[in-house]
Ligand binder design. Structure first.
Ligand code: C2E
Ligand code: CA
Ligand code: CA
Ligand code: CA
Length: 274
């Protein structure tokens, strides 16, 4: 009777919405994109506030034959949804480390690690393997993570971070001030750098609240002995305010856009902001 009942069940396929159809299409194309090597990295320089270059953040792009250059804001969330973030993340890490190992100056390379990538798999093992394969000195690799990884499973996250630290790589707290910022995270793990989200930098010159928050974060970082990098610096006025507030490092369109690494020359000389 049970089998008969089951046999008589009719499944109604809900009509696929346009949005859902587009997402499916993107997933399929992205899967091919990884296989066809259509992903590439752009690099954005990071500077000491006084002007000396520190390193580059690797930012992934997708050169799609049909869609043109696709922004990570469009495909990273989709890759996270369907699990493609794992091969994609591995590709990015490998490419970035291989490239950085060839630079003439021992600059750092910062790689974004998505929460899904952090949660699944064995990131410390993966990082160790890539470092061995590329020969990049661990101290030159920075992993940028967001606070959300600490919310999911706090003790597991701390154990992963500690294993990464033991490899000698640096850990940066990205997008600080957005999302679920909690000061207790700063207390439970010693990050090597904190990046203030560009939301606070954009209106730094016009919004006294942003200015107060930026100053407070810089002071907090300094009392914890953690350097602060301001991201999204677009104007010299913002740069001057950050310098006055004691900010340690900057990154933004003012000092350099994300570009293919070839655009940044041979990296043998000292590059100055001003
Ligand atoms: P993010 O980690 O916060 O990266 C900074 C974003 O700000 C980049 O956008 C960068 O191009 C942009 N940006 C830099 N300077 C300025 C500025 O002065 N003004 C403005 N308005 N924007 C600026 P992008 O490259 O589009 O990346 C967006 C996000 O996608 C990144 O945000 C990051 O969360 C994610 N992403 C990028 N590459 C990767 C990757 O390889 N792996 C993972 N998991 N995520 C990535
Ligand atoms: Ca980042
Ligand atoms: Ca950021
Ligand atoms: Ca961001």
């Amino acid at each position: 009777a049970k089998a008969a009942a089951r046999g008589s069940v009719v499944f109604y396929e809900p009509a696929m919405g346009d949005q859902q159809r587009e997402r499916r299409a993107l997933q399929d194309e992205l899967r091919f994109a990884i296989a066809r090597d259509e992903l590439l990295l752009h690099y954005q320089p990071q500077f000491k506030i006084a002007g000396e270059i520190v390193g580059f953040e690797a930012l992934v792009r997708w050169q799609s034959p049909g869609r043109g250059l696709v922004s990570p804001a469009q495909f990273i969330p989709i890759a996270e949804e369907c699990g493609l973030i794992m091969p994609l993340g591995d590709l990015v890490l490998r490419h970035a480390c291989r490239e950085a190992a060839r630079w003439h100056m021992p600059l750092t390379v910062a790689v974004n690690i998505s929460p899904a990538q952090f949660r699944n798999g064995d990131l410390p093992h993966q990082v160790h393997t890539v470092l061995m394969e590329t020969g990049l000195s661990p101290a030159r690799l920075e992993l940028e993570i967001t606070e959300s990884v600490l919310i999911d499973d706090f003790s597991r996250a701390i154990s992963i971070l500690s294993r990464l630290k033991a490899l000698g790589v640096r850990i940066t707290l990205d997008d600080f001030g957005t999302g679920y910022s909690s000061l207790s995270y700063l207390h439970s793990f010693s990050f090597d750098k904190i990046k203030i989200d560009r939301a606070f930098i954009g209106d730094l010159a016009t919004n006294r609240h942003s200015k107060a928050i930026v100053r407070a974060v810089i002071d907090l970082g300094h009392s914890l002995n953690v350097p602060i990098l301001a991201e999204g610096v677009e104007t010299s006025e913002q740069l001057a305010l950050l310098e006055q507030s004691g900010c340690d490092e900057v990154q933004g369109y003012l000092t350099g856009r994300p570009e293919p690494i070839a655009e940044y020359g041979d990296l043998t000389g000292r590059i100055h902001v001003r």
